[in-house]
Structure formats: structure tokens, C-alpha cells
Design a protein. Structure first.
Length: 94
């Protein structure tokens, strides 16, 4: 099972990724979801650990990022230091 950390989980693409994960529960586990603090109730009653800071993310097999350019840079730096593969889908870079 692949343990996933999803950044931007409360956005449009985040919702789509969650649908894929839930449809394939034997293969994927959404271990951590990073959402903005004003949307922290998004995962109410879920087994996913909801955080608002990537430094609080524990070990995962891969990070998927569909957040903001600033957050994506932070995620990339964190993943490089922690040797975690990352998929960046964030848009809006200058």
C-alpha cells in the first residue's frame, strides 16, 4: 500500500485525487492531508491526519502537491531534505 501525503487537499485537484485514493483503498492510503487552517474541518470523521504545516508530516511514500507556488516550494525543499518523492501539480509560477 502506498502512503500518500496530499498538499492542497481541499482544492479542486485535491478532491479528484481523494476520489482516486478512495476508489483504490487496497492500493493507496491518504496518510496526511495538508489543508488551509480555515478548511480544517474538511476531513472531519476521516482517518487521515490533517495538518497545516508540511514540517508536521510524518513518513510517507510520496507527496502530491496541488497547492500554491509558495507552498509548493516549501514542499519541494522538505521532500528533498527527507528524500521523499514528490509530484508537483501546482500552477501559477511566474
Amino acid at each position: 500500500m502506498l502512503n500518500i501525503g496530499l498538499i492542497g487537499a481541499n482544492g479542486k485537484m485535491g478532491h479528484e485525487i481523494i476520489k482516486i485514493i478512495l476508489a483504490n483503498k487496497n492500493a493507496y492510503n491518504l496518510k496526511y492531508a495538508i489543508v488551509s487552517t480555515q478548511n480544517s474541518n474538511f476531513f472531519k470523521n476521516a482517518s487521515t491526519i490533517v495538518i497545516d504545516d508540511i514540517s508536521a508530516m510524518g513518513q510517507v511514500d510520496v507527496v502530491i502537491d496541488f497547492s500554491t507556488p509558495d507552498m509548493a516550494i516549501n514542499a519541494l525543499n522538505h521532500c528533498l531534505k527527507a528524500n521523499i518523492p514528490i509530484v508537483l501539480g501546482t500552477t501559477g509560477f511566474d
